[in-house]
Design a protein around this ligand. Structure first.
Ligand code: SF4
Length: 500
């Protein structure tokens, strides 16, 4: 395996430097070092700083057969710190932008490649575009800055600017800075997908304790509603896991409790992510229909049966179609479908086959994810088993998904990136004109607090108009969540009191 060492003289921009190098060398083993070591690296960077400048130097071991290190020379990067800039946050950002700009140029030189999102390593490129537009820049000026300062490709720049504008349009009637959203997590799934890195557990193991889970969750719902009294609740999102692993009486109990505690009046959106087709039944959908739920998801990920089997989703393509038709029959008029591109063994023709079948179903929105193999996913843990398999994702596939979305009268409305994404692409939500998922925008733009309930729930409290975000985490383990529910509630109470 290609081995890279990064020697940091100080840790100032450690994370950004690491992420950018990783984006160019996704398969490499990368070591971060804080003092010189004797180990041999195929490529070694050194990030240094004196009073005025940052320097990125590198040396490269060109030919492993010859046991000597070939020094290519000091590469790039004089990055001038501007003492005239007073605000330390602004100064830090300026230095960070400069160092990433220089490093990106160096990496392009070393690899002969460019990246679609240029030197951006964060997960929210549309937020960057939104910030520029909100600061008074015209679309053309924001686009120019994205292309020239962050070296984003023209195509991705256009996508980010388009999405930022649509988000502004969708959010314009919501007083989001004074409101908040609620996330409720159901951490069970019928089986665990190969690529999953969420807090999810097989339903079979937890079936007997799911009532206890709902009981603890309802307690958290009631107590949190008291903490948030007097504040406007804008959206509710029930996700997971798979919310429809709950039985109809559990769904009713949860939704009754949420309604009694928070009230359903004045919500801009209420989503229940039904998710896995093998968990959806007529009775469960009918239970959901008794409440003012405005949006659901039926998620195929792929419409290729052989891939479903490889990725451990133990349902059939037909089950996806049946669940979708059932939801339509019961009157759900805003149904999202999630897809993943870059799944093991899938080429563009297989993606095309999936898209054709999605088009026939005609959902109201479609979210296209690029496969991201996170550390915890079984796909990563068992990577040797899958190493013979191709993981294909490219711009042609991304273009095909966008073209199909447009043909279904959907436009892009939200966007985010994840670490370790195949091909360094993005996840894009497409929706028909009035069917966009508002919660998705709010969570990505970090415009308002998201209060998260349930095992693994991570609440985000927004301070100073989004300049500072603080998280409050619930424990992930279901058993711990149930037994420590009072502690979770107190944790939240303390954090919310600070925020208020
Ligand atoms: S359905 Fe989603 S949450 Fe459940 S195991 Fe699969 S990827 Fe994980």
């Amino acid at each position: 395996m290609y081995k890279i060492g990064i020697l940091f003289e100080n840790r100032e921009f450690e994370h950004d430097v690491y992420e950018l190098i990783k984006a160019f060398y996704p398969e490499a083993e990368i070591h971060t070092l804080y003092e010189d070591d004797e180990a041999e690296y195929d490529l070694r960077f050194c990030v240094e700083r004196d009073n005025e400048n940052y320097f990125i130097k590198y040396d490269r071991k060109e030919n492993p057969e010859i046991k000597e290190t070939e020094i290519k020379g000091v590469a790039s990067a004089e990055v001038i710190t501007d003492s005239a800039v007073k605000d330390p946050h602004a100064l830090r950002k300026e230095n960070k932008d400069s160092i990433k700009y220089a490093l990106y140029q160096l990496l392009v030189k070393l690899t002969g490649r460019t990246l679609p999102w240029g030197n951006l390593t964060g997960i929210r490129p549309a937020k960057l575009a939104m910030g520029m537009i909100e600061s008074g820049m015209k679309n053309t000026e924001a686009a120019q800055e994205m292309r020239e300062k962050y070296l984003v490709s023209p195509q991705k720049t256009a996508l980010a600017i388009t999405i930022a504008n649509r988000e502004r349009e969708i959010l314009k009637d919501i007083d989001y800075e004074n409101g908040y959203s609620l996330y409720i997590g159901i951490p069970f799934c019928p089986s665990i997908c190969l690529y999953c890195s969420f807090s999810s557990y097989p339903l079979k193991v937890w079936e007997k304790r799911s009532d206890e889970y709902v009981e603890a969750l309802c307690k958290e719902v009631r107590e949190t509603a008291l903490m948030m009294k007097g504040r406007k609740l804008d959206t509710i999102y029930i996700g997971g896991g798979t919310p429809t692993t709950l039985l109809p009486h559990q769904i009713r109990k949860l939704l009754d409790t949420v309604g009694e505690a928070f009230g359903y009046e004045g919500l801009a959106e209420f989503t229940v992510e039904a998710g896995r087709p093998d968990s959806i039944t007529r009775e469960k959908l009918m239970a959901i229909r008794e409440y003012p739920v405005t949006r659901i998801s039926v998620n195929p990920q792929t419409m290729n049966q052989e891939t479903l089997e490889i990725i451990g989703r133990k349902h059939t393509v037909d089950q996806t179609k049946e669940a979708f038709h059932l939801a339509r029959e019961l009157g759900f008029d805003n149904i999202n479908m999630d897809l993943i591109v870059g799944l093991p063994g899938e080429d563009i023709h297989m993606v095309e086959r999936t898209l054709e079948q999605i088009r026939e179903l005609a959902p109201d929105s479609m979210t296209v994810h690029s496969l991201a193999v996170k550390r915890a996913a079984r796909l990563n843990i068992f990577k040797e088993k899958y190493q013979e398999m191709s993981f294909e994702n490219n711009q042609e596939i991304m273009d095909l998904t966008m073209k199909t979305a447009y043909e279904m009268e959907m436009g892009p409305y939200y966007l985010y990136r994840q670490k370790n994404m195949k091909g360094n692409f993005e996840n894009v939500g497409y929706a028909k004109v009035d069917k966009a998922g508002i919660y998705n925008i709010l969570i990505m733009e970090e415009k308002q607090p998201i209060i998260a309930l349930g095992a693994g729930g991570s609440s985000k409290l927004v301070f100073d108009h989004g300049k500072r975000i603080e998280r409050v985490e619930n424990v992930k383990d279901v058993s711990n969540y149930i037994s420590r529910i009072d502690e979770m509630i107190e944790r939240k109470r303390t954090a919310i009191a600070t925020w208020l």
